[in-house]
Design a protein around this ligand. Sequence first.
Ligand SMILES: Cc1cc2nc3c(=O)[nH]c(=O)nc-3n(C[C@H](O)[C@H](O)[C@H](O)COP(=O)(O)OP(=O)(O)OC[C@H]3O[C@@H](n4cnc5c(N)ncnc54)[C@H](O)[C@@H]3O)c2cc1C
Ligand SMILES: *[C@@H]1O[C@H](CO)[C@@H](O)[C@H](O)[C@H]1NC(C)=O
Ligand SMILES: *[C@@H]1O[C@H](CO)[C@@H](O)[C@H](O)[C@H]1NC(C)=O
Ligand SMILES: *[C@@H]1O[C@H](CO)[C@@H](O)[C@H](O)[C@H]1NC(C)=O
Ligand SMILES: *[C@@H]1O[C@H](CO)[C@@H](O)[C@H](O)[C@H]1NC(C)=O
Ligand SMILES: *[C@@H]1O[C@H](CO)[C@@H](O)[C@H](O)[C@H]1NC(C)=O
Length: 444
Amino acid sequence: YVAGDSLYTEGITHWANGSGTQVSQCVVEPVNSKDVATILRFLGSTRTPFAVKGAGHHANPGFSSTTGVHISMRQFNEITYNEAAQTVRVGAGLLWDDIYAKLAPHNVSVVGARALGVGVPGFLLGGGYSWLGNQYGLALDNVMSYELVQPTGKIVEVTQASQPDLFFALKGGGNNFGIVTKFTLKTYPQGPVWGGLIMIDGSHIPEVADAVTDFSLNIDDPKAGMDTLYINVNGSVVVTQLVFYDGPAPPPGIFEAILAIPSFVKDVQTRSFLSFMASGGPFPVDQRTLFHSVSMLQFSPTISEVIRNETVFWGEFLKDKSASVVSYAIEPFHPGIYAHNTTATAFPADRSIPFYPYIIWFCWKDPAMDDVFYDAARQSAEVIADAAIAEGQTAVAYTPMYINPSLIGTPLERLYGKNIPRLRKIKAKVDPQNVMGLAGGFKL
Ligand SMILES: Cc1cc2nc3c(=O)[nH]c(=O)nc-3n(C[C@H](O)[C@H](O)[C@H](O)COP(=O)(O)OP(=O)(O)OC[C@H]3O[C@@H](n4cnc5c(N)ncnc54)[C@H](O)[C@@H]3O)c2cc1C
Ligand SMILES: *[C@@H]1O[C@H](CO)[C@@H](O)[C@H](O)[C@H]1NC(C)=O
Ligand SMILES: *[C@@H]1O[C@H](CO)[C@@H](O)[C@H](O)[C@H]1NC(C)=O
Ligand SMILES: *[C@@H]1O[C@H](CO)[C@@H](O)[C@H](O)[C@H]1NC(C)=O
Ligand SMILES: *[C@@H]1O[C@H](CO)[C@@H](O)[C@H](O)[C@H]1NC(C)=O
Ligand SMILES: *[C@@H]1O[C@H](CO)[C@@H](O)[C@H](O)[C@H]1NC(C)=O
């Protein structure tokens, strides 16, 4: 498809369209893995820059966009539930929404994204923090097998038994090893859940900080989850709070404190898993966008105050530089989240440190301001990390950073740590011509 065709536009369009999208020469749409192999061989032999995109949620320019050939995986939309095996085979062109909806009538679900609209492949190849993660691990821990088109055009089914090196590498290694066409995921029983969105005025941040700190220090129930966002809205800070319990009602003692804080939106109820997913944002933005992350160990009132101040400070500083969103997400998980792997994985490089990615999210309109926003995000991440280190969370200086929301330019060492040598060896074997180097991303 070429410019002017609706499937061309659909192919190149990104969630954060202002910065994620580039104008490509064309969009090519394979219908099966043999097509993908033909395309990869052609792109490799002609050294043509290309991109492969899931739902285009990565905001870094060039990570799933290109000025060359854009590969659209839209035809890979299979969802085959295997009740006996408790698995589902899914295509790489899907959104998590599609899978949740297809599985709902069977009363099962999968470990997928915490919001609607997110793509399956980038999420699974990078990590995957889910509302079900405390119970079942990262999304990548729940992939049983991958259909992979290697950069040489060879098509392989990658399992721990058949290809242990590639199985390790695909669990966090992004697009370095070829194009994945299908994933087989574990499914889990899923009934109604409890939770939803609460919005609280920033004047109540001290109470929010106490409630979230208490929650994160005492989560011994892996069915409970929280996500707290401080966002600068026209100079004032607003708290967007999500609460979740995997059951029709939470037991007493978990959410009382956060629910007691005065709020101006409170949509918390027993509902279907899919209805819960639809209750929170964030929503697509047709602007320049960045995500960056800080891997934190423990929330506290002190850290809360630092993050609140960052929200106010950068909101003010970036206001006349065309900012539209300045926000920080605090995402406490259960310390057991990293204990669910059945094999070694590329990410995280160290499972012994219970770190959680806090996400910085900025949006702006003026392309001339890109560097200002990138610098601001890097400086702000450093301020937050330094505050944690000063509080005694010394491991924050070297905790793995989550590749999916990490800003372009993040050192590979912070993303893959001690796994780099093994990953590079596998890479050299599978992709000797570095065909995947023609696509953007964090490159080995
Ligand atoms: C609104 C929103 C909500 C989010 N929620 C969560 C969340 O709950 N938990 C969480 O952990 N993360 C979350 N994220 C981050 C998310 O994991 C990443 O943005 C992820 O990259 C999304 O996958 P995608 O397929 O849409 O990405 P894309 O931007 O399409 O791709 C990302 C990377 O994967 C590569 N890739 C895509 N398809 C393939 C393929 N078939 N084979 C090989 N490589 C491929 C691309 O080349 C690119 O480098 C969220 C992001 C947003 C914007
Ligand atoms: C996204 O950006 C592309 C390229 O600028 C444009 O063609 C497309 O219409 C945009 N899509 C949306 C939904 O804004
Ligand atoms: C799913 O659960 C509902 C409510 O408990 C029940 O009525 C329905 O029969 C279940 N469906 C399947 C396929 O088990
Ligand atoms: C922010 O201020 C602008 C200009 O006064 C106004 O148009 C906009 O609605 C405000 N946004 C919010 C979310 O209050
Ligand atoms: C608020 O944050 C800014 C930017 O990081 C910093 O310069 C300032 O000292 C902070 N203010 C307080 C009171 O901590
Ligand atoms: C889980 O991952 C860690 C770190 O990579 C590894 O040491 C451990 O052996 C893995 N667990 C299993 C059961 O393979």
